[in-house]
Design a protein around this ligand. Structure first.
Ligand SMILES: *Cc1c(COP(=O)(O)O)cnc(C)c1O
Length: 246
């Protein structure tokens, strides 16, 4: 189990009705307004340890999980730069604007990106995804949005993962920016390699922090990835997690 916040109570303006940022509960607001702590001190290390354990519980995973100082788009970019090399074949399943953004990130880093797009308002069709995968050779990664915030439609995540596993040994990179924390995601059971999410959506926190899960298979891809990276290199986050520092 993990700790949850008290419900939103006496909120002032504005009455936000967007996927995020969302109105914050009073106890979250109080903590956000508290004094700074030493980010190289033991208090920070304890907090990071607690948060990391809680995050694994939510994601139902034994995989590594990391907090990144970026918005959700940075977490999507983290998924790409750490696992994909220029020239790798990527299948991008698109059901709206955020799916297109994920494809653009893969392209920006030189992936040979194939798009399979579905009508706005629809989820991905499993048979069409299966057929596309059958027609592709050597797919390195399949990337897609879990909940497409621009249309309000969620992809059938567990079923999609099953199809991908049946047809390929591709990495599965999921943009769960608006779903994770609000909808169950069984990272280990469904075999997802990287899940990207961000604090201001279902996690009911201020924006600016994103979170990623990172599987053993993703680490293997990292070891051979030739994509230049520095700030979003997951190895830096692993090194700093070990010493309890950001
Ligand atoms: C909000 C959102 C993003 C972008 O996150 P930012 O924190 O704005 O960078 C990406 N994907 C989905 C599905 C989102 O809802």
């Amino acid at each position: 189990t993990y700790e949850t916040s008290t419900p939103v109570s006496s909120q002032n303006q504005p009455n936000l009705r967007i996927p995020g940022p969302v109105p914050l509960p009073d106890d979250v607001l109080a903590i956000a307004g508290s004094q700074m702590i030493n980010h190289r001190g033991s208090g920070y290390a304890d907090m990071l340890d607690r948060m990391t354990k809680n995050l694994k519980t939510v994601f139902m995973t034994k995989n590594d999980v990391y907090f990144i100082t970026s918005s959700g788009t940075g977490a999507m970019e983290t998924a790409v730069v750490n696992t994909i090399s220029p020239g790798d074949k990527v299948l991008s399943i698109i059901i709206g604007a955020f799916g297109e953004r994920f494809a653009e990130i893969a392209e920006a880093y030189g992936a040979e990106t194939t798009r399979i797009s579905f009508d706005l308002g629809e989820a991905a069709d499993l048979d069409k995804v299966r057929k596309t995968l059958k027609g592709m050779n050597g797919v390195k990664a399949v990337i897609f949005t879990h909940n497409e915030s621009s249309t309000g439609v969620s992809n059938p995540l567990a079923d999609l993962c099953e199809v991908i596993h049946e047809e390929t040994d591709a990495l599965i990179l999921v943009d769960a920016v608006s779903s994770a924390g609000g909808v169950p995601i069984a990272v280990d059971a469904w075999g997802i390699d990287v899940v990207a999410t961000a604090s201001q959506k279902s996690w009911i926190s201020p924006p600016g922090i994103s979170m990623v899960t990172f599987s053993e298979k993703a680490w293997k891809a990292h070891a051979t990835s030739t994509t230049p990276k520095y700030y979003l290199d997951i190895e830096q986050y692993e090194d700093h997690l070990k010493i309890g520092q950001p």
